[in-house]
Design a binder for this molecule. Sequence first.
Ligand code: GCO
Ligand code: MG
Length: 405
Amino acid sequence: MIIQDIKVFVTNPGRNFVTVKVITDEGVYGLGDATVNGREMAVATYLEEHVKPCLIGRDPHKIEDIWQYLYMGVYWRRGPITMAAIAAIDMALWDIKGKVAGLPVYQLLGGKCRDGVTLYAHANGETIEDTLDKAAQCIEQGFSAVRLQSAIPGLSETYGVLGDKKDYFELQGNRPLPPEQDWSTSKYFDLVPELFAKAKERFGNKAKFLHDTHSRLTPIESAKLGKMLEPYNLMFLEDASIAENQENYKLIRHHTTTPLALGETYNTIWDCKDLIQNQWIDYIRSAATHAGGITGMKKIADFAAVYNVRTAPHGAPDLSPICFAAHMHLNISTHNFGIQEFVGFGNEECQSIFKHDMKLENGMILVSDAPGLGVEFDEQEAAKYEYKRSYLPVSRLEDGTLWHW
Ligand code: GCO
Ligand code: MG
């Protein structure tokens, strides 16, 4: 069997997705997700121009060798564009191997080590009451863990909160230039402890709660936030500070017992090696699309297991249902899996393009038993929704100083 062709599709059913199809001479094909939000055309070109020509004629079963060929074999290693391209090819090759074997990918990864994949849902509100009402709906639907985000009084817009948007999917949709948003740590600190105090008061132990700070704090501010939230037993506090300098987390860790999570933008194990090895974090949030596919994620998860760090893959709409399916196969077969983020299966248009039979039941996903990854991609439907340039917001302090994303 050889790789005969590779096709790259960019489609926008409300937001952009980059999809790769690896086609073999025997008619079997595999699908992968290469979406890098705001940089979709960079990765599509990388795949077309720099990956496809090198893979035609190769054996699609040699997954590890092809991974190393695209990673170790090149002068320019790593980085989000390269790693998303590798990831998409890698997912497609696992998909092909599963289809040839007649087995779902999780069987090839060692088989199930749990019955289903536990999810955390999102509750995003304009006020604390609004956020908690949305959390109540999530709990009623059966979710045992919920991320709480609430608009910050005194700031015009807060990232991750809906405003006039219908849902999270749309919030991230089509903005041809980056909007700018204010940030104030002191206004944020006035809100967050109250949000979790009220959540505890209203829900007690009915659910676990999580929170994402989107890297807006300095390390000492993160340490303080962790301490302030200790009474409320969060499942984790995500992206409190940026960790380009991984040692930032040494300081945070030494001040608080609130569990810490990080890594949705990480591309390889090198971005989190010190964080994991020093046990400065509790959850690693890397995603298959952004960290080198199933092969890249396995390397990170196995390393993390040695240091009691669990996986909690990114599950925002930045990732297509192909990546979500890859996560399900990993999550069900990885012993040190922690929890999966979930924001729904996307809008109707998205669901008309990416078809699958993953089932949501009581806050858990029941993984598909279809051979391969278990996702179909409707090329004709996808062609109806053209690429649109789109950006995430930029953030600034109230005096205009540019701040962390
Ligand atoms: C998450 C992410 C999202 C981001 C998004 C950017 O944890 O789900 O941080 O909240 O906003 O991934 O597109
Ligand atoms: Mg996040």
